[in-house]
Design a protein around this ligand. Structure first.
Ligand code: ATP
Ligand code: MG
Length: 445
């Protein structure tokens, strides 16, 4: 019997290594992205996992003769000579003079949309979403989610470097985390359970174990409205840290993570950034404004009449985004000290003014991307707050184990991955930045 030893033979050369193979023969694998017949030769663009590589077929390059079965979306191995030249800007470019094409598979049907242009311009968002498995083959579409990978990777790398432990909390829960109307209820062998709307209660429990924890995972919100910024399932990038001196420690950690992420995108995702014209923000410091000062500013400077003095509507968020840009040249602004009434039961009230909380939101280009804050760590204070919020502390006995048996001062946040991606792209709809969106009208594909 054969034995498997974990050594992977790689007979293919990556496009990024072509510079080391100038004039030599290499083999690549991928899809035929496009064929352009010219007189006497053809351009054959091969789409590999991250690149599109120009290959040229001409009879004089070898004895190989073009197989007429070859078509767009055929999976092939192409062998040929790497040839370098300079583009108009003087940069090196590489193409392959084809010596052989080995067919690995042929599609059964033609694609229903054109994916081999730069973007999918003119294709409606709904069609793009209906056809996700193939619309994502388009270079621009797939770049969106490669960039998104970079964001999540940056978050993970930065926190790992800062002493955080990665956790995975359950998504089927007996008690609804924060309650409210947007929790999905589920029948669980005759019992009612809930889909996690956040990892909040679990990450707090784990602060009592690991001190600093983070999770990147889906959360579920039964949003009853159809908006351009709400999904029913989204990826929440959460962290929670213990032994903090102030809730500003959390904001500092987030600022550090965002700087790290933006730098990673600029360096290791430069091709995607360029292809998407993604506007990567420069972050040095992020301005902060207190909630009530922001309300005041909106009413005086912007002559805005708020409909709700306890929260912001989307227009107010946009105005604050403009203000941050104009006054501080910042794409981000922290709003702190939200009213106690609007924050969840675990939020620490400001000891100087208990009507407000030691909490914050982060707005990015006029859109909330994060909510966070300091949590209550004292047992009696937490029980009292629950009662005040109309909750039964007995139902939260597991959660309260943290507080009952000793908890450090702590806090954390949740950052919506799709919303951050959306505003990096300058997209109008969060679905554009969601691989397989779930919303009030869509659960497929
Ligand atoms: P909003 O007020 O914008 O509806 P929220 O305050 O209810 O959001 P939080 O519970 O604070 O949301 O969630 C933390 C973060 O998760 C938000 O700042 C946002 O980035 C993201 N988020 C929340 N709800 C959604 C959703 N339905 N779809 C996509 N992302 C979301
Ligand atoms: Mg929020």
């Amino acid at each position: 019997m054969d034995k498997i030893n974990g050594i992977i033979e790689n007979k293919y050369t990556a496009f990024s290594d072509f510079k080391n193979f100038d004039g030599q023969e290499v083999t690549i694998c991928g899809y035929i992205h496009r064929i352009r017949e010219m007189t006497g030769f053809s351009f054959v663009i091969i789409r590999t996992s991250r690149d599109t590589i120009q290959c040229v077929y001409a009879p004089e390059f070898s004895d190989y003769r073009w197989d007429e079965k070859l078509c767009e979306e055929a999976c092939v191995e192409v062998t040929g000579k790497v040839v370098s030249s300079k583009d108009a800007k003087g940069n090196d470019r590489y193409e392959i003079q084809i010596h052989n094409v080995n067919i690995l598979s042929l599609p059964a049907e033609m694609l229903p949309i054109v994916i081999n242009k730069k973007g999918l311009d003119g294709v409606q968002l709904n069609t793009i979403l209906d056809l996700r498995p193939i619309s994502m083959r388009n270079p621009k579409e797939r770049a969106i989610f490669k960039l998104q990978e970079g964001i999540a990777r940056g978050f993970r790398e930065y926190l790992s470097k800062n002493g955080f432990t990665e956790i995975r909390s359950p998504k089927i829960n007996f008690a609804g985390a924060e309650g409210g109307t947007n929790v999905f209820k589920l029948d669980y062998f005759g019992k009612q359970v809930y889909l996690a709307q956040s990892p909040q209660l679990y990450k707090q429990a784990l602060v009592g174990v690991y001190e600093r924890v983070f999770e990147i995972a889906p959360v579920f919100r039964a949003e009853h409205h159809d908006t351009s910024r709400h999904l029913n399932e989204y990826i929440s990038m959460d962290f929670e840290m213990g032994f903090i001196n102030s809730f500003t420690d959390i904001m500092n950690m987030e600022t550090g993570a965002l700087k790290y992420i933006m730098n990673l995108l600029k360096t290791e995702y430069a091709e995607e950034v360029a292809l998407l014209h993604a506007d990567i923000p420069e972050i040095t410091e992020i301005p902060c404004i207190k909630f009530m000062d922001a309300k005041e500013l909106l009413m005086t400077k912007f002559k805005y009449k708020p409909s709700d003095m306890k929260d912001f509507d989307p227009e107010e968020e946009q105005l604050l985004g403009k203000y941050a840009k104009k006054e501080f040249n910042s794409d981000f602004i922290f709003v702190t000290h939200y009213p106690s009434k609007k924050r969840p039961f675990y939020t620490m009230d400001d000891p100087n003014d208990p009507e407000y909380t030691l909490s914050f939101d982060l707005l990015f280009r006029g859109l909330e991307i994060t909510s966070g804050g300091q949590r209550i760590h004292d047992y009696n204070m937490q029980v009292e707050k629950m009662v005040k919020c109309g909750m039964n502390p007995e139902e939260f006995a597991t959660y309260l184990m943290l507080h009952k048996y000793g908890a450090p001062p702590h806090g954390g946040l949740g950052l919506g991955l799709e919303r951050l991606t959306m505003h990096l792209l300058g997209a109008k709809n969060v679905r554009e930045a969601t691989m397989f969106p779930r919303d009030i009208n869509r659960v497929t594909p």
